[in-house]
Design a protein around this ligand. Structure first.
Ligand code: AMP
Length: 428
């Protein structure tokens, strides 16, 4: 298949050719016609699949094909929301590249930089605005922004936006948009929170899901250590000590479990700290700094805490407990063995987790090698116990910290904004 048959105009095809693309990626082949048809879209795709062109190319085509809104000023016709500054900048750069032969103007807007240049740019008129939610709302509150003419909304990496606690901001932004519009939602994962957001936002969406890139990086050696539930900590200490592991990122399922494990490792003489949503940002930053500097041997993290921070290319990732959602396994081991460096991802698996393990192996289409450590042979008669699904650990649920989702114990708007900008400082 070539780009020529997708219904894009010559000026867009020229830009695509100039970038050296000759074949649409699977997400592009499906998303481009779906978006051109004018309907809503729910797409499962992560970075690297070509998703940005998947929504940008048909968006540009539609902006050109639809009648220009009346009036002298150029209204904002497309709003793209992204979780991070980096992604916002990348997406806007793509918009510029793909639209370089078109008479459309785009702009990127995020926090941490001065407001005035953004205000000036808005005043000059912008067709396509790519923004992070916080700064967008700041401009809205100051009256710098008119979103009443938006024809298309794109939520990019929606799962990450929810993980970072942006759901309330997203809701506020939605309230500023006209009811009649096209909505596109891109997400690498489909948690219950994403499904709920999609239900609220999308009208009979086309559904597209493309295979995960890099389902199991070849450079990551993966191994399962079968072990009894009660002996996991002992085995972890032994593995860290015997193999002289350093910079080990250990995943637990719960915040409480992370705390307890970090304490116990400390008692075993292994320097360890826990990071999770209940820790203050300064405690998290401190732990991360010490870990990156190599002063801390082990960092214990929950999935959500680990997703919001930039730690990658680690030599060792340990699944102290398997995640409830198989996709999280892929996210976790993606922290290691990047860019050709060798990494090792090991999982300590007890009888309770065999079903989770089967789900992971199905997802990655591969059976993982087992290795029993002498002295840690699991009891063959052990009975599986249910994995606790407490309030903070409900089954397949993922997304923003529970206290946010439930609305209880939620910080005030101001606190939340401050907390968010602090967490941005860490991710940036
Ligand atoms: P994305 O998933 O949108 O972040 O895109 C990942 C990378 O793939 C970017 O560097 C794009 O420039 C590149 N890319 C996107 N579509 C194509 C294509 N059809 N052919 C070749 N490269 C592409």
């Amino acid at each position: 298949m070539s780009f020529d048959s997708l219904g894009l105009r010559a000026d867009i095809l020229r830009a695509v050719r100039e970038l050296g693309y000759d074949t649409p990626t699977p997400i592009q082949a499906q998303a481009i016609p779906a978006v051109l048809s004018g309907g809503d879209l729910l797409a499962g795709a992560q970075t690297g699949t070509g998703k940005t062109a998947g929504f940008t190319l048909p968006m540009l085509e539609r902006l050109m094909a639809m009648p220009k809104p009346e009036g002298k000023r150029r209204p904002i016709r497309v709003l793209v929301l992204t979780p991070t500054r980096e992604l916002a900048a990348q997406v806007e750069e793509s918009v510029q590249q793909y639209g370089k032969h078109l008479p459309l103007r785009s702009m990127v807007m995020f926090g941490g930089v001065g407001m005035q240049p953004q205000i000036d740019k808005l005043r000059r008129g912008v067709d396509i605005l790519v923004a992070t939610p916080g700064r967008l709302l700041d401009h809205q509150q100051q009256g710098n922004l008119d979103l009443s003419k938006v024809e298309m909304l794109v939520l990019d990496e929606a799962d990450r936006m929810l993980d970072m606690g942006f759901i309330h901001d997203i809701r506020k932004v939605l309230a500023l948009l006209p009811r009649q519009r096209q909505n596109l939602l891109f997400s690498a994962t489909f948690s219950d929170d994403i499904k709920a957001l999609a239900d609220r936002l999308l009208n009979k969406p086309a559904l597209i899901e493309v295979a995960r890139r890099n389902a199991t990086a070849e450079t990551v050696a993966q191994k399962i250590y079968p072990v009894d539930r009660e002996r996991k900590r002992e085995l972890l200490s032994k593995l860290v000590r015997d193999n002289n592991w350093y910079q080990v990122l250990v995943f637990t399922r719960t915040k409480h479990g992370a705390n307890r494990l970090a304490e116990q490792l400390g008692k075993d003489g292994i320097s360890a700290m826990a990071i999770h949503g209940n820790k203050s940002q300064s405690a998290r930053t401190r732990a991360l700094g010490a870990f990156k500097a190599g002063e801390l041997q082990v960092l214990v993290a929950t999935d959500i805490a680990a997703r919001g921070i930039d730690i990658s290319e680690l030599p060792h990732v340990v699944n102290y407990e398997l995640p409830n959602v198989s996709e999280d396994y892929v996210h976790r081991i993606g922290r290691t063995g990047r860019a050709g460096s060798n990494g090792e991802a090991v999982s300590l698996v007890c009888v309770d987790e065999l079903k989770l393990l089967a789900g992971i192996e199905k997802l990655i289409k591969r059976k993982l090698p087992r290795e029993v450590v002498p002295g840690f042979e699991p009891d063959p008669n052990a009975k599986p116990e249910p994995i606790p699904n407490g309030r903070n650990n409900a089954g397949k649920r993922r997304g923003p910290p529970r206290q946010n989702a439930s609305g209880k114990a939620r910080p005030s708007g101001g606190q939340q904004r401050r907390r968010r900008s602090r967490s941005k400082a860490v991710t940036a």
